[in-house]
Design a protein around this ligand. Structure first.
Ligand code: GRF
Length: 198
């Protein structure tokens, strides 16, 4: 079994795709050990609770400085003992130590075809705004390993999505989620879990 921890900050639709994948069997050999949010109000935490998955909030707001937050966050991860950490809309700069301790065991979903529209400042709707502004006809999503850089780690899987006449950043964000993110994130986890079994 691949033990995974999913880190979230917001709505958690990617988390939901993972939960559904594990329940339906499209993600094989995988156990969701826990969900960690940096934001107490994240709907993702409710999604985890509804699925009976241990859900935790570790918020920078509850600590007097970054170092203390980082320590608490790393401690929570360690308790959950993940083989793989999945960043699914996690808007926190990772502690350096986390990248060292879990090297090649952290993956992220990014809502564009890397190397387009990625790196510092490209998150959430900003990614889709930039794609529309540049006038590209195709965008998509990328699952990649996390290293010290921003969106620079090895690419695991990508899927293209067409841009349509009249798209707004919100419409495009939704289409990229439906047609790419919710498909390739579960698929990448399944592949890693099957390789883990061997
Ligand atoms: C997704 O667009 C993901 O690619 C990005 O943040 C968003 C998270 O959405 N990094 P959700 O919380 O999974 O609904």
């Amino acid at each position: 079994m691949l033990n995974i921890v999913v880190c979230v900050s917001g709505g958690g639709t990617n988390l939901q795709a993972i939960i559904d994948g594990v329940e339906s069997g499209t993600i094989r050999n995988t156990n969701i050990a826990g969900v960690i949010s940096n934001n107490a109000g994240a709907y993702a935490l409710e999604r985890a609770q509804n699925a009976g998955i241990p859900a935790f909030c570790v918020s920078p707001k509850d600590f007097s400085n970054r170092r203390e937050f980082n320590e608490a966050f790393l401690k929570k991860l360690e308790e959950l003992n993940p083989d793989l950490i999945v960043l699914a809309g996690f808007l926190v700069i990772l502690p350096e130590k986390m990248i060292q301790v879990y090297r090649d065991r952290i993956i992220n979903i990014h809502p564009s075809l890397i190397p387009s529209f990625c790196g510092t400042g490209y998150y959430g709707l900003k990614v889709h705004e930039a794609a529309l502004q540049r006038g590209v006809k195709i965008t998509g999503a990328t699952v990649h390993y996390v290293d010290e850089g921003t969106d620079t780690g090895r690419i695991i899987m990508q899927k293209a999505v067409e841009i349509q006449e009249g798209d707004t950043p919100e419409i495009l964000q939704r289409r990229v989620m439906e047609q790419a993110e919710w498909i390739i994130l579960p698929k990448a986890i399944d592949e890693i879990a099957m390789a883990h079994q061997k």
